[in-house]
Write a protein that binds this ligand. Structure first.
Ligand SMILES: Nc1ncnc2c1ncn2[C@@H]1O[C@H](COP(=O)(O)OP(=O)(O)OP(=O)(O)O)[C@@H](O)[C@H]1O
Ligand SMILES: O=P(O)(O)OC[C@H]1O[C@](O)(CO)[C@@H](O)[C@@H]1O
Ligand SMILES: [Mg+2]
Length: 777
């Protein structure tokens, strides 16, 4: 049973290497018994974890013996790894006898480190990169829950035998009748051709089974054991301490997991023990390889803890590794004669792009020097950590790149164009770069222009797009024909959600035709409605420019009696610009966005609020996102449901509508003269050049795209995910839209800042269009 990663990113997740997690069931149980835990892992670690519930050893097959099951599991894992070539790490979580099976299987799957001199003798320390692998994957977590590591024989390991010697002896004699070969293994009375019992063999590397080397390979090993109520597997055998006393309840660890009564870190983890264990220590030697956690029931807590411990390690070493498809015919690993790029830039003369020696990155002072407190700020993995000899896929003189811009304008487009051109040219020596004019349709209906650093040198100082843009006109097959005809092998596509959908289709078609073309998307939108990435470029500039309009409205209305200012900002489906502009300004009394339905009349309505503010201050300012209240407006205006060339719904002018409504209400109903100032700066805020921080951001995006394409990746979009620049499969960013979450803190902050009504009141005049779900909430 396989649980695929979810398509949604959680806050903590970064795109990167995918960890596979193998779940193993206990004796006489079923694959589906792991369903609950599997779902939790996938829910909490979407996109990072691929959960595989082992299915070759369920039901009565679990009686066939630990070795037989281990062999089956090893084959199952290898087959899965073959099916999923993107997996790079592996963890095991097993319950009961599943833990023994997993220990056997990893002994079979262990691959020793490739490098010779694996141990640094001067420090006598196990180096991370000297670790072996499990079936070629990096070993992360090895977790057992109630696994009888020490077997079930003697020493009150099976609680229901009450430690009575006669019962234990009897059990020893009959166990194989019930649990067959597995029973013999558990009671250590197996005798394969005079060999020691299997569980004893498994505490060292034995023959071609590298049991202990494999275990040592895992970054974290944890044994969970239940201190009570587990009548089959006592805590003595599952926590691997035979002689220690039962931990005291007052050892209770923390408030979060009150049922954890004892936690002990393994010595091997602390670096104290890296030597192979001595066989003389027999079973107890295992304890130095496991941290053990003794708990007192609660299934959910165990699962929660497991999830958290997995998160720790899976998050620590990912991000910034492309997971989109490299070209099939020339992958990194099968490309021996890689062209070594030597930068043409003076500053980087003779430095291969791939060198990255000075890790970890240390704290830097503002003048760029390393802070001498030695505090490590971050150790961001680099592509070269995963692909040590990161090749440049394309030879400079073989590259024919093109850039296209589509959709609405956005501050910073020209900076991205400039930096793609300069990045390709200065860093990689690429000279053949074409500009596709007028959006997607330009591929087949317009001539291209040649782009050089000189041509684009100054364009970042201008708003708009140097290449011009359009909506509609996306014809995948004509576009790809054109790419093919012109011999283009790198396509840089700058645009919003619609554009990225188009880019995904182009990328698929390119793949279908087997073309060696890299398709890279750079997400653009002032609306900030593109999912997955932290923020889109141009957004900050737009928010800043909106301040001027808000300020103007405020100056106007505070200079007259009963002044009401309305400022309409962009934001079709997402009210980010309006929300941030409001928060930044402090002159705004009320912010209306598409995600938060509002109503005008009655208690808690907008009219009541306007009246209050006018009485209090003599003036007020409303900021409105263009998509706000569209359903409400359409009740009055009866729209013709028009769409633009790309199929986007054309919006009704909510700003104009609202200014009429407010004027009408105060003049006709309240008999009160008001001074209405309606400002629509929508195009003004997106037609300007980007500000300083957006300029820097655009540069990072452009360079990321260039590096990704030059490295031979395709079908990706660039963007920061949790502040780390990542390559994201294009289809991931188009699956959903980023919208303001009314339950998020930022919206709560806005409500606290403006003290406006939430419009969630069950007031008498709530119109039908107010979201009923929201009201219930
Ligand atoms: N689902 C789609 N499949 C293929 N192409 C699409 C799709 N949606 C839009 N496009 C194409 O992408 C281009 C831009 O789309 P659109 O006008 O929706 O702007 P956008 O990229 O979403 O930017 P923004 O909305 O921020 O202005 C157009 O040429 C359009 O034909
Ligand atoms: O009028 P146009 O150019 O079609 O663009 C308007 C739309 O473009 C956007 O700015 C998105 O780019 C929206 O906020 C707005 O609704
Ligand atoms: Mg769009």
């Amino acid at each position: 049973m396989e649980f695929a990663p979810l398509n949604r990113l959680t806050e903590a997740a970064t795109y990167g290497a995918v960890t596979t997690l193998i779940l193993l069931p206990p004796i006489i149980s079923f694959t589906k018994d792991w369903k609950f835990a599997a779902e939790q892992f996938v829910r909490v670690l979407p996109d990072k974890v691929f959960v595989h519930c082992s299915e070759r050893n369920e039901s009565t097959l679990t009686l066939d013996g630990v070795d037989v099951m281990g062999e089956r599991l090893a084959v199952e894992v290898l087959e899965m790894i073959q099916r999923k070539p993107k997996l790079s790490k592996i963890s095991f979580v097993s319950h009961s006898v599943g833990g023994l099976v997993a220990r056997y299987a990893i002994g079979r799957l262990y691959r020793p480190p490739k490098r010779e001199n694996v141990e640094d003798s001067s420090t006598n320390k196990c180096e991370e990169d000297s670790r072996g692998t499990i079936g070629g994957l990096e070993a992360m977590n090895f977790i057992t829950v109630a696994t009888p590591h020490l077997g079930s024989r003697g020493n009150k390991q099976v609680p229901f035998l009450f430690g009575v010697p006669a019962f234990e002896k009897a059990a020893n004699c009959v166990i194989h009748l019930i649990f067959r070969r597995t029973g013999r293994h558990l009671f250590l009375n197996d005798d394969d051709e005079g060999k020691p019992p299997l569980l004893k063999r498994m505490i060292e590397d034995y023959g071609d089974c590298y049991f202990m080397s494999a275990l040592r390979t895992f970054k974290r090993r944890v044994a969970y054991s239940n201190v009570g109520y587990d009548h089959i597997v006592g805590w003595r055998t599952s926590s691997i301490r035979r002689n220690s006393d039962l931990p005291k309840w007052e050892d209770s660890l923390n408030e979060k997991y009150p049922h954890v009564v004892h936690e002990e870190h393994c010595k091997a983890n602390d670096g104290e023990q890296c030597e192979p264990p001595s066989i003389e220590d027999k079973l107890e030697v295992l304890s130095s390889f496991f941290g053990r956690i003794n708990i007192h029931i609660s299934r959910e807590e165990v699962v929660q803890q497991l999830v958290e411990s997995l998160m720790d390690l899976s998050l620590s070493s990912s991000s910034l590794i492309p997971i989109s498809t490299p070209f099939k015919s020339r992958t990194f690993t099968h490309y021996p004669n890689l062209p070594t790029f030597i930068s043409k830039s003076r500053n980087f003369q003779s430095k291969p792009l791939t060198s990255r020696q000075n890790r970890p990155i240390r704290a830097q002072s503002s003048n760029g020097t390393t802070a001498n407190d030695g505090f490590v700020v971050d150790d961001v993995p680099h592509l070269t950590d995963f692909l040590p000899a990161l090749p440049v896929y394309f030879k400079s003189d073989e590259v024919r790149a093109c850039i296209v811009t589509c959709g609405g304008l956005c501050p910073g487009i020209n900076t991205v164009i400039r930096e793609i051109v300069c990045g390709l040219n200065y860093m990689y020596g690429v000279e053949d770069i074409l500009g596709i004019q007028g959006g997607y349709r330009g591929f087949y209906s317009k001539n291209t222009i040649k782009l050089t650093p000189k041509v684009v040198n100054d364009i970042h100082k201008r708003g708009g797009t140097f290449l011009r843009t359009s909506r509609g006109g996306h014809d995948t097959s004509k576009i790809v024909d054109n790419i093919q005809d012109r011999g283009i092998n790198q396509v840089y596509i700058i645009g919003g959600d619609g554009t990225q959908k188009g880019a995904a289709l182009i990328s698929k078609e390119v793949e279908k035709r087997g073309l060696q073309v890299s398709v890279a998307g750079i997400p653009k939108t002032i609306d900030n409605d593109i999912a997955v990435i932290d923020k889109s470029f141009g957004f900050d500039t737009a928010v800043e420019e909106a301040q001027r309009a808000i300020n103007a409205a405020h100056v106007e209305v505070e200079s007259v009696e009963n002044g009401v200012g309305i400022v309409k900002l962009m934001g079709r489906y997402s009210g980010f610009i309006a929300m941030y502009a409001t928060l930044a300004s402090r002159d705004v009394d009320c912010c209306l966005i598409p995600e938060s339905p509002f109503y005008l009349e009655g208690r808690g309505g907008l009219f009541e609020f306007v009246e209050e503010r006018l009485k209090e201050n003599g003036h007020m300012v409303i900021v409105l996102a263009e998509g706000a209240g569209q359903d409400y407006v359409s009740q009055d205006l009866h729209p013709a449901d028009e769409k633009d060339a790309s199929g986007n719904r054309l919006l009704l002018d909510v700003g104009l509508w609202l200014s009429h409504k407010i004027k009408e209400h105060f003049t006709d109903v309240k008999k009160m003269a008001i001074n209405m100032k309606y400002i629509d700066p929508t195009y003004m805020i997106r037609a300007i050049p980007s500000n300083a921080s957006d300029n820097v951001y655009c540069t990072l995006l452009a360079h990321s795209a260039v590096h990704g394409a030059m490295a031979g990746y395709t079908g990706f979009t660039v963007g920061p995910v949790n502040s780390r620049h990542a390559y994201i499969p294009i289809s991931h960013v188009t699956e959903t839209q980023n919208t303001v979450k009314l339950t998020d803190r930022m919206w709560a902050r806005l409500l606290a800042s403006t003290n406006q009504p939430s419009f969630l009141d069950r007031g008498k005049a709530i119109p039908e269009n107010v979201d009923q779900e929201l009201l219930k909430a």
